[in-house]
Design a protein. Structure first.
Length: 421
């Protein structure tokens, strides 16, 4: 890949797209959705090749799930684009305006970032989501997916380009480029393309995110791996807690908003943990601290599903049917433990105490903090964005699920009638 040529083309695309109206961008996205639907068989066959290759390499099923497209996920690709179409264009939105004493009028308005690069693993749906959000917000996008999803990504990008071409003057084909060589040096080229790429977003494993953060010379919006916790308070509805634990751990264990550690108040541990064992029904291996192990060892849990936790099990993203269990004295100890072991992603408390709920939401340091609801809701689609670029775990510019507005910045527009200073 000649990155300079690619970025020059993307820059021209972003400049053209920046002048397009919301109606033009929506028309192009409608054409893209139609082209993806038209090419469904091609895309699904390409994805089947990637899935088969992943299984042949021994990839665990929870990660194969992230790679695979089924009927529901494919429909989600189209639905996501359609929701983005329905959303208000963030570009041109006035975020502030005032007049200074000499009569000069100042307005602050939203504008595209320009050329965005996303570096991601598996998840071919990210290819569609990232493109749709970038296009709606007037940005060109450089896609650097993983080799494990290369066939899927190629087929999807071919369909996107077909859709943009069919949109005529409303479609900007030069607004998207997919890296296809699989050369790992591409990542570092992208991260050091100062002046060519306006922002990079990593989305994937902790290793990928850490590599991007540590080596990037271009601005980065940091997304995070998900070490998510559920704290079961002493006043919790234990059936509710079990349902939330099951959903958070078992529904899709390979995603970043899945639970990795269950923190239990010692006052209710002997009541809650046997109920948890019954709910999990030996589908999850529990790695327990000393107090919880003592209780769990007396339940019906299968011997191979219970282990004494090692220190490294706490604060670890298993991405599998494995969950750590930690006991604490009270909500304050739970908050302190979570803040020292989480990745600032999504945390949950189950409680009937409004005081403890407010304390938890106020003091827990995370992008999304839940009371009596599953962490699995941390998702652009669930939040109403249609699609998402990722979950930002940083504190500057954007935090939490990122929609189209996260790919904009602001500029000041100043109007006068001859004033000088």
């Amino acid at each position: 890949m000649d990155l300079n040529s690619v970025c020059d083309e993307l820059r021209r695309g972003s400049e053209e797209l920046a002048s397009h109206t919301e109606a033009q961008k929506n028309h192009a996205l409608e054409c893209v959705a139609a082209a993806i639907l038209k090419n469904k068989d091609v895309i699904m066959k390409a994805n089947a090749l990637d899935v088969a290759d992943a299984r042949a390499k021994g990839t665990k099923e929870s990660l194969v799930d992230r790679l695979s497209l089924d009927e529901k996920k494919f429909k989600g690709l189209i639905d996501g684009i359609n929701i983005v179409i329905q959303q208000t264009d963030p570009v041109g939105k006035e975020t502030g305006g005032w007049k200074i004493p000499n009569g000069v009028q100042i307005r602050q308005v939203r504008v595209p970032l320009g050329v965005v690069a996303i570096i991601y693993e598996s998840r071919p749906n990210v290819t569609v989501d990232a493109f749709a959000l970038a296009y709606k917000s007037g940005n060109s996008i450089l896609l650097r997916g993983s080799s494990s999803a290369l066939n899927s990504n190629k087929a999807i990008v071919d369909a996107i380009k077909e859709g943009l071409e069919s949109a005529g003057k409303d479609g900007v084909v030069s607004s998207i480029y997919l890296c296809t060589s699989g050369d790992r040096n591409e990542v570092d080229e992208i991260l050091t393309a100062v002046g060519k790429i306006d922002v990079a977003l990593p989305r994937g494993s902790a290793n990928l995110i850490n590599h991007v953060v540590q080596n990037a010379k271009v601005p980065v919006i940091q997304t995070g791996d998900g070490v998510c916790h559920l704290y079961v308070d002493e006043s919790a509805d234990l059936e509710m807690a079990c349902n939330i634990a099951e959903n958070g751990k078992i529904q899709r264990p390979g995603v970043c908003n899945a639970l990795e550690t269950i923190v239990v108040n010692k006052k209710i541990a002997s009541d809650f943990l046997p109920k948890l064992v019954a709910k999990f029904a030996d589908r999850v291996e529990l790695r327990a601290d000393e107090d919880s192990y003592s209780i769990l060892s007396k339940t019906s849990i299968a011997k191979d599903k219970l282990k004494k936790a090692e220190p490294e099990d706490f604060g670890f993203e298993f991405l599998d049917y494995i969950c750590a269990v930690k006991t604490v004295e009270n909500v304050d100890e739970a908050i302190a433990y979570i803040n020292s072991h989480n990745t600032k992603h999504s945390e949950c408390i189950v409680t009937d105490s409004r005081t403890n709920a407010q304390n938890f939401q106020l003091k827990v340091d995370a992008a999304c903090v839940y009371v009596n609801a599953s962490t699995r809701f941390t998702d652009g689609g669930m939040f109403g964005f249609g699609a998402e670029l990722g979950i930002s775990t940083q504190k500057l510019h954007a935090r939490g699920p990122m929609g189209a507005e996260a790919l904009t910045t602001t500029k000041f527009l100043i109007d006068g009638n001859g004033q000088v200073r």
